[in-house]
Design a protein around this ligand. Structure first.
Ligand SMILES: O=C(O)c1cc(=O)[nH]c(=O)n1[C@@H]1O[C@H](COP(=O)(O)O)[C@@H](O)[C@H]1O
Length: 305
């Protein structure tokens, strides 16, 4: 699976992923009002607005990009109606030729992780049928429970040719509270990185493993160390844009050949029309503002590679 992402990145010359993290407050009021008119001021109405918003953004950017990353929390806030739209968004993006990284951050005891792995990446047996749940290409995984909590995901990746991005060093301000703590003189994120390499050793797909790592754009010194520790691990790099990470900050996440990382931006792309820089597009043309923001992000990142 990771080789498909590499190929799409090489084809588009865009090592990026558009984060489909829709909050109702980002959605222009003409879309929200139309959805409310049809479905009322209900969870169904909110979910319909999210769907219309996502569809326009995907339609206006899919030819420029290799991948998207829907964050499931933004859909779960609308309950089952939101989850239906998560599933519809995944399916639509795949039809458009995009690789989909489901940002679900799962991880539990082994038996529970197995069910998560099947539901998001694999297939489930239903009587005599074999069915797919959310059917995403990659998901994000939380490694806090250790090897038996991660292995079920790795096994499904090997069986189904899917991929993971395991949290190693996250982009948020408090990430150091646990992740930077020294254990036998070494920060925890380095120990997790070594485990990610070990988990991914049996899942190679070309130069890289299907077991990747999440490394935030906001900690450039740490990403430099992690890049060296994990030469064959692909990085998913969030934190660019809205969280303050710049192209210069994330240059360390890439290998010398310009591969090795896919950079996410969510609010910076989907809510671009709200920024002064893109205000000229106005809410009516929000999707064109997103397209322009994608082009600017690609140029910005390529300028440091
Ligand atoms: O796993 C992630 O994608 C993730 C890890 C991390 O360390 N930091 C982080 O921001 N994310 C996700 O990346 C997205 C960032 O959104 P923006 O800050 O709007 O670009 C959100 O969906 C976060 O949940």
């Amino acid at each position: 699976m990771i080789s498909q992402l590499v190929q799409k990145i090489q084809k588009t010359k865009a090592p990026i992923c558009v984060g489909l993290d829709p909050m109702l407050s980002y959605i222009p009021s003409h879309i929200v009002q139309n959805a409310f008119k049809e479905f009322g001021e209900t969870l169904e109405g909110a979910a319909e607005a999210v769907w219309q918003f996502n569809k326009e953004i995907v339609d206006s950017t899919y030819d420029l990009i290799p991948s998207v990353k829907p964050q499931i929390a933004m859909y779960e806030q609308f309950g089952i109606e939101g989850l239906k739209i998560y599933a519809r968004t995944v399916e639509y993006c795949k039809k458009k030729g995009l690789l989909v990284i489901g940002d679900v951050k799962r991880g539990d005891i082994g038996s529970t992780s197995s069910a998560y792995a099947v539901g998001h990446l694999g297939k489930v047996k239903v009587g005599s049928n074999v069915c797919s749940g959310f059917d995403t290409d990659f998901i994000t995984v939380n490694p806090y429970l250790g090897t038996d909590g991660v292995k079920p995901f790795v096994d499904v990746c090997r069986e189904e040719d899917r991929g993971l991005f395991v949290l190693v060093k996250t982009s948020n301000p408090s990430s150091g509270e646990f992740q930077d703590r020294l254990i036998d003189g070494r920060p925890l994120y380095e120990l997790v990185a070594e485990k990610v390499v070990e988990w991914g050793a049996d899942c190679m797909d070309g130069t890289y493993s299907n077991v990747g790592a999440v490394v935030g754009a906001t900690y450039p010194e740490m990403s430099k160390i992690l890049r060296k520790l994990m030469p064959h691990t692909y990085f998913l790099v969030p934190g660019y844009g809205a969280q303050g990470g710049t192209a210069k900050d994330l240059a360390n996440c890439f290998n010398e050949d310009g591969l090795g990382a896919v950079v996410n931006s969510s609010r910076g792309i989907i809510a671009a029309y709200k920024q002064e820089k893109y205000a000229k597009f106005g809410p009516e043309h929000f999707a064109e503002a997103s397209r322009q923001a994608v082009m600017d992000m690609i140029a910005d990142i390529n300028s440091v590679l």
